[in-house]
Design a protein. Structure first.
Length: 130
């Protein structure tokens, strides 16, 4: 005779919600800070800029990470423009993949650090937005 197991209870997520309960998912400030850095990969400076206007203004940790991500992406944009100018002299074509990989690497690194609750400071980046 086949044994039947009783139905298992739904698992509880990290936010204390039960899976399948239909309750809204809570996004923490650490998650938003990590998102600000990660959005730089796809949206450039627009991702952190949008979050700067939408996010909680009272949270210093979140605001510091968003501003740092925005500063980094503005420098990435300036370097990208310089690389396109250098592309006319062929050297820019070699710098493009290096620039893209460096941007992706730094954004992932910063998103992980922000998700761990650490304020991220990119090396050698001027603080344009304060």
């Amino acid at each position: 005779m086949a044994e039947t197991n009783p139905p298992s209870e739904p698992e509880t997520t990290a936010t204390g919600q039960q899976e399948g309960s239909g309750a809204p998912v809570q996004i923490t400030d650490k998650g938003l800070a990590a998102l600000a850095h990660a959005l730089g990969i796809l949206l450039g400076f627009l991702g952190p800029l949008i979050l700067l206007f939408v996010a909680n203004k009272d949270d210093e940790f979140l605001q510091a990470n968003i501003k740092e991500a925005l500063n980094f992406q503005l420098v990435v944009l300036a370097i990208w423009i310089l690389i396109w100018i250098l592309a006319f002299f062929i050297i820019g074509l070699f710098l493009m993949p290096i620039h893209i990989l460096a941007n992706i690497g730094f954004c992932i690194w910063a998103a992980v650090k922000a998700n761990q609750g650490q304020e991220v400071r990119y090396p050698f980046i001027p603080r344009i937005v304060k």
